[in-house]
Design a binder for this molecule. Structure first.
Ligand code: C2E
Ligand code: MG
Ligand code: MG
Length: 471
Protein backbone atom coordinates (compact mmCIF):
# COMPACT_ATOMS: atom_id res chain seq x y z
CA UNK A 1 0.00 0.00 0.00
CA UNK A 2 1.57 3.20 -0.88
CA UNK A 3 1.98 3.34 2.00
CA UNK A 4 -0.33 2.47 4.77
CA UNK A 5 -0.30 6.06 5.87
CA UNK A 6 0.55 6.30 9.54
CA UNK A 7 -2.12 6.98 12.16
CA UNK A 8 -0.62 10.37 12.92
CA UNK A 9 -1.26 11.47 9.36
CA UNK A 10 -4.72 9.94 9.46
CA UNK A 11 -5.52 11.86 12.62
CA UNK A 12 -4.45 15.08 10.94
CA UNK A 13 -6.94 14.57 8.10
CA UNK A 14 -10.16 16.59 8.23
CA UNK A 15 -12.24 13.40 8.40
CA UNK A 16 -10.02 12.18 11.24
CA UNK A 17 -10.11 15.61 12.85
CA UNK A 18 -13.92 15.67 12.85
CA UNK A 19 -14.00 12.19 14.36
CA UNK A 20 -11.49 13.34 16.95
CA UNK A 21 -13.65 16.33 17.81
CA UNK A 22 -16.68 14.07 18.25
CA UNK A 23 -14.69 11.69 20.47
CA UNK A 24 -13.44 14.67 22.49
CA UNK A 25 -17.05 15.89 22.92
CA UNK A 26 -18.25 12.47 24.04
CA UNK A 27 -15.35 12.23 26.43
CA UNK A 28 -15.95 15.68 27.91
CA UNK A 29 -19.64 14.99 28.52
CA UNK A 30 -18.97 11.50 29.88
CA UNK A 31 -16.03 12.78 31.91
CA UNK A 32 -18.17 15.38 33.73
CA UNK A 33 -20.97 12.86 34.12
CA UNK A 34 -18.60 10.25 35.55
CA UNK A 35 -16.92 12.73 37.90
CA UNK A 36 -20.25 14.10 39.16
CA UNK A 37 -21.87 10.71 39.65
CA UNK A 38 -18.91 9.03 41.27
CA UNK A 39 -18.38 12.06 43.54
CA UNK A 40 -22.01 11.83 44.59
CA UNK A 41 -21.64 8.14 45.33
CA UNK A 42 -18.31 8.62 47.14
CA UNK A 43 -19.74 11.28 49.46
CA UNK A 44 -22.95 9.35 49.96
CA UNK A 45 -21.15 6.14 50.82
CA UNK A 46 -18.73 7.95 53.11
CA UNK A 47 -21.64 9.37 55.02
CA UNK A 48 -23.81 6.25 55.06
CA UNK A 49 -21.39 3.31 55.22
CA UNK A 50 -17.79 4.30 55.72
CA UNK A 51 -14.53 5.00 53.89
CA UNK A 52 -14.02 1.41 52.64
CA UNK A 53 -17.21 1.54 50.57
CA UNK A 54 -16.47 5.13 49.50
CA UNK A 55 -13.13 4.04 48.04
CA UNK A 56 -14.90 1.99 45.32
CA UNK A 57 -16.35 4.87 43.25
CA UNK A 58 -13.64 7.40 44.29
CA UNK A 59 -11.16 6.65 41.42
CA UNK A 60 -13.99 7.50 38.98
CA UNK A 61 -13.87 11.16 40.12
CA UNK A 62 -10.19 11.49 39.24
CA UNK A 63 -10.57 9.50 36.00
CA UNK A 64 -13.52 11.66 34.88
CA UNK A 65 -11.64 14.90 35.54
CA UNK A 66 -8.50 13.56 33.82
CA UNK A 67 -10.60 12.60 30.78
CA UNK A 68 -12.03 16.14 30.54
CA UNK A 69 -8.53 17.61 30.96
CA UNK A 70 -6.97 15.44 28.24
CA UNK A 71 -9.94 15.92 25.87
CA UNK A 72 -9.52 19.68 26.22
CA UNK A 73 -5.84 19.39 25.37
CA UNK A 74 -6.36 17.49 22.13
CA UNK A 75 -5.46 14.08 23.60
CA UNK A 76 -8.85 12.38 23.80
CA UNK A 77 -7.41 8.92 23.19
CA UNK A 78 -5.26 9.06 26.33
CA UNK A 79 -8.13 10.58 28.32
CA UNK A 80 -10.43 7.90 26.93
CA UNK A 81 -8.08 5.09 27.89
CA UNK A 82 -7.79 6.38 31.48
CA UNK A 83 -11.53 6.91 31.83
CA UNK A 84 -12.51 3.60 30.27
CA UNK A 85 -10.03 1.62 32.38
CA UNK A 86 -11.13 3.36 35.59
CA UNK A 87 -14.83 3.06 34.71
CA UNK A 88 -14.51 -0.64 34.02
CA UNK A 89 -12.88 -1.26 37.41
CA UNK A 90 -15.33 0.98 39.30
CA UNK A 91 -18.37 -0.63 37.63
CA UNK A 92 -17.15 -4.17 38.33
CA UNK A 93 -16.28 -3.46 41.97
CA UNK A 94 -19.57 -1.63 42.54
CA UNK A 95 -21.53 -4.50 40.99
CA UNK A 96 -19.60 -7.07 43.02
CA UNK A 97 -19.79 -5.38 46.43
CA UNK A 98 -22.41 -2.63 46.55
CA UNK A 99 -25.02 -3.30 43.88
CA UNK A 100 -26.06 -6.92 44.07
CA UNK A 101 -29.44 -8.05 42.80
CA UNK A 102 -32.03 -8.52 45.56
CA UNK A 103 -35.75 -9.34 45.52
CA UNK A 104 -36.59 -5.63 45.70
CA UNK A 105 -34.12 -4.23 43.22
CA UNK A 106 -32.13 -5.67 40.31
CA UNK A 107 -28.53 -4.63 39.69
CA UNK A 108 -28.16 -1.54 37.43
CA UNK A 109 -24.53 -0.39 37.60
CA UNK A 110 -23.49 -2.90 34.92
CA UNK A 111 -25.62 -0.92 32.38
CA UNK A 112 -22.67 1.49 32.05
CA UNK A 113 -20.70 -1.31 30.40
CA UNK A 114 -22.81 -0.98 27.21
CA UNK A 115 -21.88 2.66 26.39
CA UNK A 116 -18.38 1.86 27.62
CA UNK A 117 -18.02 -0.99 25.09
CA UNK A 118 -19.50 1.22 22.33
CA UNK A 119 -17.08 4.02 23.17
CA UNK A 120 -14.16 1.60 23.13
CA UNK A 121 -15.31 0.26 19.74
CA UNK A 122 -15.16 3.78 18.34
CA UNK A 123 -11.98 4.82 20.11
CA UNK A 124 -10.08 1.73 18.94
CA UNK A 125 -11.05 2.29 15.29
CA UNK A 126 -7.46 2.59 14.12
CA UNK A 127 -6.11 -0.24 16.30
CA UNK A 128 -5.51 -3.82 15.18
CA UNK A 129 -8.78 -5.74 14.79
CA UNK A 130 -7.81 -8.29 17.45
CA UNK A 131 -7.38 -5.55 20.06
CA UNK A 132 -10.56 -3.78 19.09
CA UNK A 133 -12.83 -6.81 19.02
CA UNK A 134 -11.04 -8.52 21.92
CA UNK A 135 -11.47 -5.57 24.31
CA UNK A 136 -15.08 -4.91 23.30
CA UNK A 137 -16.00 -8.61 23.54
CA UNK A 138 -14.39 -8.75 26.99
CA UNK A 139 -16.48 -5.80 28.22
CA UNK A 140 -19.69 -7.35 26.84
CA UNK A 141 -18.78 -10.67 28.43
CA UNK A 142 -18.44 -8.89 31.78
CA UNK A 143 -21.83 -7.26 31.14
CA UNK A 144 -23.48 -10.62 30.50
CA UNK A 145 -21.91 -12.18 33.62
CA UNK A 146 -23.00 -9.26 35.81
CA UNK A 147 -26.49 -9.20 34.27
CA UNK A 148 -27.02 -12.94 34.76
CA UNK A 149 -25.39 -13.36 38.15
CA UNK A 150 -27.34 -12.34 41.22
CA UNK A 151 -24.53 -12.28 43.77
CA UNK A 152 -20.83 -11.88 43.26
CA UNK A 153 -19.32 -10.49 46.46
CA UNK A 154 -20.17 -10.65 50.13
CA UNK A 155 -23.97 -9.86 50.46
CA UNK A 156 -23.37 -8.13 53.79
CA UNK A 157 -21.72 -5.19 51.97
CA UNK A 158 -24.70 -4.58 49.70
CA UNK A 159 -26.19 -1.10 49.86
CA UNK A 160 -29.62 -0.75 51.43
CA UNK A 161 -32.39 -1.32 48.89
CA UNK A 162 -33.94 2.17 49.46
CA UNK A 163 -30.68 3.73 48.30
CA UNK A 164 -30.30 1.31 45.42
CA UNK A 165 -33.78 2.14 44.10
CA UNK A 166 -32.86 5.85 43.78
CA UNK A 167 -29.32 5.08 42.54
CA UNK A 168 -30.69 2.54 40.07
CA UNK A 169 -32.89 5.16 38.41
CA UNK A 170 -29.99 7.61 38.16
CA UNK A 171 -27.72 4.86 36.77
CA UNK A 172 -30.25 3.88 34.11
CA UNK A 173 -30.79 7.46 32.92
CA UNK A 174 -27.05 8.21 32.84
CA UNK A 175 -26.25 4.97 30.95
CA UNK A 176 -29.00 5.72 28.40
CA UNK A 177 -27.68 9.29 27.85
CA UNK A 178 -24.12 8.00 27.37
CA UNK A 179 -25.36 5.33 24.93
CA UNK A 180 -27.36 7.93 22.96
CA UNK A 181 -24.26 10.13 22.62
CA UNK A 182 -22.13 7.21 21.49
CA UNK A 183 -24.73 6.27 18.86
CA UNK A 184 -24.90 9.87 17.64
CA UNK A 185 -21.14 10.02 17.21
CA UNK A 186 -21.05 6.70 15.37
CA UNK A 187 -23.80 7.80 12.97
CA UNK A 188 -22.19 11.20 12.32
CA UNK A 189 -18.90 9.41 11.57
CA UNK A 190 -20.55 7.05 9.08
CA UNK A 191 -22.34 9.92 7.32
CA UNK A 192 -19.16 11.98 7.04
CA UNK A 193 -17.28 8.98 5.66
CA UNK A 194 -20.01 8.21 3.11
CA UNK A 195 -20.12 11.81 1.89
CA UNK A 196 -16.35 11.89 1.61
CA UNK A 197 -16.28 8.62 -0.30
CA UNK A 198 -18.95 9.89 -2.72
CA UNK A 199 -16.89 13.06 -3.29
CA UNK A 200 -13.77 11.01 -3.99
CA UNK A 201 -15.63 8.74 -6.41
CA UNK A 202 -16.89 11.83 -8.21
CA UNK A 203 -13.38 13.35 -8.26
CA UNK A 204 -12.00 10.26 -9.99
CA UNK A 205 -14.91 10.11 -12.43
CA UNK A 206 -14.76 13.79 -13.38
CA UNK A 207 -10.96 14.06 -13.44
CA UNK A 208 -10.57 16.42 -10.47
CA UNK A 209 -7.34 14.79 -9.34
CA UNK A 210 -4.00 16.28 -10.32
CA UNK A 211 -0.39 15.15 -10.25
CA UNK A 212 2.30 17.38 -8.83
CA UNK A 213 5.99 16.64 -9.15
CA UNK A 214 8.73 16.94 -6.57
CA UNK A 215 12.24 17.24 -8.01
CA UNK A 216 14.86 14.61 -7.23
CA UNK A 217 18.42 15.86 -7.58
CA UNK A 218 21.99 14.59 -7.63
CA UNK A 219 25.01 15.85 -5.66
CA UNK A 220 25.39 18.85 -7.97
CA UNK A 221 21.76 19.86 -7.63
CA UNK A 222 21.03 18.66 -11.18
CA UNK A 223 17.43 17.47 -11.50
CA UNK A 224 17.42 13.73 -12.23
CA UNK A 225 13.70 13.27 -12.20
CA UNK A 226 10.64 13.81 -10.05
CA UNK A 227 8.20 11.95 -7.86
CA UNK A 228 4.56 12.12 -8.94
CA UNK A 229 2.41 13.04 -5.93
CA UNK A 230 -1.37 13.08 -6.11
CA UNK A 231 -3.32 16.21 -5.27
CA UNK A 232 -7.05 16.67 -4.93
CA UNK A 233 -8.20 20.24 -5.53
CA UNK A 234 -11.60 19.83 -3.89
CA UNK A 235 -14.24 22.27 -5.19
CA UNK A 236 -15.33 23.25 -1.65
CA UNK A 237 -12.53 22.23 0.69
CA UNK A 238 -9.55 23.42 -1.34
CA UNK A 239 -6.46 21.32 -1.93
CA UNK A 240 -6.53 17.98 -0.09
CA UNK A 241 -3.36 16.03 0.70
CA UNK A 242 -2.97 12.37 -0.28
CA UNK A 243 -2.21 11.58 3.36
CA UNK A 244 -5.90 12.29 3.88
CA UNK A 245 -7.64 10.63 0.95
CA UNK A 246 -5.39 7.68 0.09
CA UNK A 247 -6.22 5.72 3.26
CA UNK A 248 -9.91 6.12 2.36
CA UNK A 249 -9.25 5.13 -1.26
CA UNK A 250 -7.46 2.02 -0.02
CA UNK A 251 -10.30 1.06 2.30
CA UNK A 252 -12.95 1.52 -0.37
CA UNK A 253 -11.08 0.00 -3.31
CA UNK A 254 -11.05 3.36 -5.11
CA UNK A 255 -7.27 3.15 -5.07
CA UNK A 256 -7.45 0.84 -8.11
CA UNK A 257 -9.06 3.26 -10.61
CA UNK A 258 -7.07 6.05 -8.97
CA UNK A 259 -3.79 4.15 -9.35
CA UNK A 260 -4.59 3.39 -13.00
CA UNK A 261 -5.21 7.07 -13.61
CA UNK A 262 -1.93 8.06 -11.89
CA UNK A 263 0.09 5.60 -13.95
CA UNK A 264 -1.53 6.75 -17.17
CA UNK A 265 -1.20 10.47 -16.36
CA UNK A 266 2.44 10.04 -15.27
CA UNK A 267 3.26 8.23 -18.53
CA UNK A 268 1.56 11.03 -20.45
CA UNK A 269 3.66 13.61 -18.60
CA UNK A 270 6.79 11.52 -19.15
CA UNK A 271 6.07 11.58 -22.88
CA UNK A 272 5.78 15.37 -22.68
CA UNK A 273 9.12 15.66 -20.86
CA UNK A 274 10.80 13.22 -23.29
CA UNK A 275 9.77 15.31 -26.27
CA UNK A 276 11.87 18.27 -25.09
CA UNK A 277 15.69 18.08 -25.17
CA UNK A 278 16.08 19.93 -21.82
CA UNK A 279 13.95 17.43 -19.98
CA UNK A 280 14.30 14.25 -22.05
CA UNK A 281 16.69 12.73 -19.49
CA UNK A 282 14.24 13.02 -16.55
CA UNK A 283 12.68 10.02 -14.84
CA UNK A 284 9.28 9.94 -13.14
CA UNK A 285 8.68 7.97 -9.94
CA UNK A 286 5.15 6.77 -9.33
CA UNK A 287 3.85 5.57 -5.96
CA UNK A 288 2.22 2.17 -6.33
CA UNK A 289 -0.24 0.88 -3.76
CA UNK A 290 -0.07 -2.70 -2.53
CA UNK A 291 -3.63 -3.18 -3.81
CA UNK A 292 -2.52 -2.33 -7.34
CA UNK A 293 0.38 -4.80 -7.22
CA UNK A 294 -1.94 -7.58 -6.06
CA UNK A 295 -4.25 -7.16 -9.05
CA UNK A 296 -3.71 -10.03 -11.54
CA UNK A 297 -3.52 -7.59 -14.48
CA UNK A 298 -1.10 -5.15 -12.83
CA UNK A 299 1.78 -5.93 -15.20
CA UNK A 300 -0.40 -5.82 -18.32
CA UNK A 301 -1.97 -2.49 -17.30
CA UNK A 302 1.41 -0.91 -16.54
CA UNK A 303 2.85 -2.05 -19.87
CA UNK A 304 -0.27 -0.81 -21.68
CA UNK A 305 0.15 2.68 -20.16
CA UNK A 306 3.80 2.76 -21.24
CA UNK A 307 2.90 1.59 -24.76
CA UNK A 308 -0.02 4.01 -25.03
CA UNK A 309 2.23 7.01 -24.44
CA UNK A 310 5.24 5.49 -26.22
CA UNK A 311 7.63 6.28 -23.38
CA UNK A 312 10.95 4.68 -22.52
CA UNK A 313 10.12 2.24 -19.67
CA UNK A 314 13.55 2.93 -18.16
CA UNK A 315 12.41 6.47 -17.40
CA UNK A 316 9.56 5.16 -15.24
CA UNK A 317 10.29 4.22 -11.65
CA UNK A 318 7.76 2.47 -9.44
CA UNK A 319 7.94 3.27 -5.73
CA UNK A 320 6.83 0.42 -3.50
CA UNK A 321 6.73 0.43 0.28
CA UNK A 322 7.68 -2.45 2.53
CA UNK A 323 3.98 -3.20 3.09
CA UNK A 324 3.94 -5.05 -0.25
CA UNK A 325 6.14 -7.72 1.30
CA UNK A 326 3.51 -8.76 3.81
CA UNK A 327 1.88 -11.34 1.52
CA UNK A 328 2.60 -13.59 -1.45
CA UNK A 329 6.20 -12.74 -2.17
CA UNK A 330 6.41 -15.13 -5.12
CA UNK A 331 3.63 -13.32 -6.96
CA UNK A 332 5.25 -9.97 -6.23
CA UNK A 333 8.67 -11.14 -7.41
CA UNK A 334 7.34 -12.56 -10.66
CA UNK A 335 5.44 -9.32 -11.41
CA UNK A 336 8.45 -7.16 -10.56
CA UNK A 337 10.74 -9.32 -12.68
CA UNK A 338 8.40 -9.11 -15.67
CA UNK A 339 8.30 -5.31 -15.47
CA UNK A 340 12.02 -5.10 -14.77
CA UNK A 341 12.74 -7.14 -17.89
CA UNK A 342 10.55 -4.70 -19.77
CA UNK A 343 12.77 -1.86 -18.50
CA UNK A 344 10.82 -0.41 -15.56
CA UNK A 345 12.87 0.53 -12.46
CA UNK A 346 11.87 -0.10 -8.84
CA UNK A 347 12.47 1.93 -5.71
CA UNK A 348 11.80 0.95 -2.12
CA UNK A 349 10.04 3.92 -0.51
CA UNK A 350 10.13 4.89 3.18
CA UNK A 351 12.81 2.28 3.77
CA UNK A 352 13.29 1.27 7.38
CA UNK A 353 9.79 2.12 8.57
CA UNK A 354 7.92 -1.09 7.71
CA UNK A 355 8.56 -4.83 7.79
CA UNK A 356 12.21 -4.90 8.61
CA UNK A 357 13.14 -8.28 7.14
CA UNK A 358 16.18 -7.75 4.98
CA UNK A 359 15.89 -11.05 3.14
CA UNK A 360 13.62 -9.51 0.49
CA UNK A 361 16.35 -7.06 -0.48
CA UNK A 362 18.33 -9.79 -2.12
CA UNK A 363 15.31 -11.45 -3.71
CA UNK A 364 13.78 -8.41 -5.36
CA UNK A 365 14.97 -6.60 -8.47
CA UNK A 366 15.26 -3.21 -6.74
CA UNK A 367 17.22 -0.29 -8.19
CA UNK A 368 16.89 2.22 -5.39
CA UNK A 369 16.35 2.60 -1.65
CA UNK A 370 14.72 5.75 -0.32
CA UNK A 371 15.72 6.75 3.20
CA UNK A 372 12.50 7.78 4.92
CA UNK A 373 12.19 11.39 5.98
CA UNK A 374 11.65 10.28 9.57
CA UNK A 375 15.36 9.42 9.75
CA UNK A 376 16.45 12.54 7.84
CA UNK A 377 14.45 14.98 9.97
CA UNK A 378 16.52 14.58 13.12
CA UNK A 379 19.87 13.64 11.62
CA UNK A 380 21.58 16.53 13.38
CA UNK A 381 20.20 15.83 16.83
CA UNK A 382 19.53 12.09 17.01
CA UNK A 383 22.61 9.85 16.85
CA UNK A 384 20.34 6.84 16.26
CA UNK A 385 18.78 8.38 13.15
CA UNK A 386 22.27 9.21 11.94
CA UNK A 387 23.35 5.60 12.47
CA UNK A 388 20.26 4.23 10.69
CA UNK A 389 20.70 6.57 7.71
CA UNK A 390 24.37 5.58 7.44
CA UNK A 391 23.46 1.89 7.62
CA UNK A 392 20.90 2.32 4.82
CA UNK A 393 23.45 4.12 2.63
CA UNK A 394 26.05 1.39 3.24
CA UNK A 395 23.50 -1.36 2.66
CA UNK A 396 22.28 0.14 -0.61
CA UNK A 397 25.80 0.78 -1.82
CA UNK A 398 26.96 -2.75 -1.07
CA UNK A 399 23.87 -4.19 -2.79
CA UNK A 400 24.56 -2.03 -5.82
CA UNK A 401 21.46 0.10 -5.42
CA UNK A 402 21.15 3.86 -5.63
CA UNK A 403 20.21 5.50 -2.34
CA UNK A 404 18.01 8.58 -2.22
CA UNK A 405 17.29 10.61 0.92
CA UNK A 406 13.74 11.98 1.22
CA UNK A 407 12.57 15.01 3.17
CA UNK A 408 15.84 16.92 2.97
CA UNK A 409 15.04 20.39 4.22
CA UNK A 410 18.37 21.95 5.22
CA UNK A 411 21.84 22.23 3.78
CA UNK A 412 23.24 20.64 6.94
CA UNK A 413 21.12 17.52 6.42
CA UNK A 414 22.21 17.35 2.79
CA UNK A 415 25.87 17.75 3.79
CA UNK A 416 25.74 14.98 6.39
CA UNK A 417 23.99 12.67 3.93
CA UNK A 418 26.53 13.47 1.25
CA UNK A 419 29.39 12.75 3.66
CA UNK A 420 27.83 9.34 4.30
CA UNK A 421 27.92 8.56 0.60
CA UNK A 422 24.32 9.39 -0.33
CA UNK A 423 24.22 10.79 -3.85
CA UNK A 424 20.56 11.52 -4.54
CA UNK A 425 18.21 13.83 -2.68
CA UNK A 426 14.58 14.89 -2.54
CA UNK A 427 13.03 17.45 -0.24
CA UNK A 428 11.90 21.01 0.25
CA UNK A 429 15.53 22.19 -0.01
CA UNK A 430 15.35 21.40 -3.73
CA UNK A 431 11.68 22.09 -4.33
CA UNK A 432 8.24 21.30 -3.02
CA UNK A 433 5.83 19.26 -5.16
CA UNK A 434 4.88 21.53 -8.08
CA UNK A 435 2.90 21.40 -11.31
CA UNK A 436 4.59 19.81 -14.33
CA UNK A 437 5.26 23.17 -16.03
CA UNK A 438 7.19 24.42 -12.99
CA UNK A 439 9.21 21.21 -12.85
CA UNK A 440 10.07 21.60 -16.52
CA UNK A 441 11.26 25.14 -15.85
CA UNK A 442 13.37 24.11 -12.86
CA UNK A 443 14.92 21.16 -14.70
CA UNK A 444 15.83 23.34 -17.67
CA UNK A 445 17.73 25.79 -15.44
CA UNK A 446 21.44 25.43 -14.72
CA UNK A 447 22.16 23.42 -11.53
CA UNK A 448 21.82 25.73 -8.56
CA UNK A 449 24.71 26.50 -6.27
CA UNK A 450 22.28 26.11 -3.37
CA UNK A 451 19.79 28.51 -1.88
CA UNK A 452 21.14 31.45 0.11
CA UNK A 453 18.91 30.52 3.01
CA UNK A 454 17.06 27.36 3.74
CA UNK A 455 13.44 27.46 2.67
CA UNK A 456 11.07 27.35 5.62
CA UNK A 457 10.06 23.78 6.30
CA UNK A 458 6.42 23.12 5.52
CA UNK A 459 4.03 20.34 6.23
CA UNK A 460 3.74 17.61 3.61
CA UNK A 461 0.00 17.69 3.99
CA UNK A 462 -0.31 21.39 3.29
CA UNK A 463 -0.17 21.44 -0.46
CA UNK A 464 -1.75 24.89 -0.52
CA UNK A 465 1.60 26.19 0.64
CA UNK A 466 3.36 24.63 -2.30
CA UNK A 467 5.35 27.07 -4.31
CA UNK A 468 7.77 26.01 -6.98
CA UNK A 469 11.10 26.41 -5.25
CA UNK A 470 13.70 27.16 -7.85
CA UNK A 471 16.68 26.52 -5.73
P1 C2E B 1 5.80 9.50 -0.02
O1 C2E B 1 5.73 8.68 -1.24
O2 C2E B 1 6.79 9.11 1.02
O3 C2E B 1 6.03 10.99 -0.49
C1 C2E B 1 6.81 11.89 0.17
C2 C2E B 1 5.97 12.84 0.97
O4 C2E B 1 6.84 13.71 1.68
C3 C2E B 1 5.13 13.77 0.11
O5 C2E B 1 3.96 14.06 0.84
C4 C2E B 1 5.97 15.01 0.00
O6 C2E B 1 5.24 16.18 -0.29
C5 C2E B 1 6.57 15.05 1.37
N1 C2E B 1 7.85 15.75 1.42
C6 C2E B 1 8.76 15.82 0.44
N2 C2E B 1 9.83 16.55 0.82
C7 C2E B 1 9.60 16.93 2.09
C8 C2E B 1 10.36 17.70 3.03
O7 C2E B 1 11.45 18.18 2.77
N3 C2E B 1 9.82 17.86 4.26
C9 C2E B 1 8.61 17.34 4.59
N4 C2E B 1 8.15 17.55 5.82
N5 C2E B 1 7.86 16.60 3.73
C10 C2E B 1 8.36 16.41 2.48
P2 C2E B 1 2.54 14.02 0.17
O8 C2E B 1 2.60 14.60 -1.20
O9 C2E B 1 1.58 14.60 1.15
O10 C2E B 1 2.27 12.49 0.02
C11 C2E B 1 2.08 11.69 1.14
C12 C2E B 1 2.07 10.25 0.77
O11 C2E B 1 0.90 9.92 0.00
C13 C2E B 1 3.25 9.86 -0.11
O12 C2E B 1 4.38 9.60 0.68
C14 C2E B 1 2.71 8.61 -0.77
O13 C2E B 1 2.91 7.53 0.06
C15 C2E B 1 1.23 8.86 -0.86
N6 C2E B 1 0.93 9.18 -2.26
C16 C2E B 1 1.06 10.36 -2.91
N7 C2E B 1 0.69 10.24 -4.20
C17 C2E B 1 0.32 8.94 -4.37
C18 C2E B 1 -0.14 8.16 -5.50
O14 C2E B 1 -0.28 8.64 -6.62
N8 C2E B 1 -0.43 6.84 -5.27
C19 C2E B 1 -0.27 6.27 -4.05
N9 C2E B 1 -0.58 4.97 -3.93
N10 C2E B 1 0.19 6.94 -2.99
C20 C2E B 1 0.48 8.26 -3.15
MG1 MG C 1 6.98 7.92 -2.54
MG1 MG D 1 8.51 8.24 1.00
Amino acid sequence: MQPTIPMSAHRKSSLGAKHLRRVALLLTVCGWLTAAMTLGWTLGLLHLIGWQAAMIPAPGVLAGLLAVWFAGRGRPYLGGAIQCGALYVVVCLTCAFLDQTTDQMPRTTHLFLVPLATGMYMGLRGSPKLWRHGIVAFIFLTFVVLACTALVGEPAHNLPDELRVIGGKANTVAAAVAMYLAMHIMQADVEARNAYEADLREAIRTGQLALHYQPQVDQDGQVLGAEALLRWPHPRRGMISPAEFIPLAEKTGLILPMGDWVLDAACGHLAELSSHPDTAHLTISVNISVHQVREPDFVVKAMAAIERHKVDPQRLKMELTESVFARDMDDLISKMKALKQYGVCFSLDDFGTGYSSLSYLKRLPLDQLKIDQAFVRDLLTQPRDLAIAKTIVDLGTSLNMAVMAEGVETREQRQILENMGCKQFQGYLFGKPMPLAALREQAAQAPPSGPATNPPPGEPDEPRLETPAHA
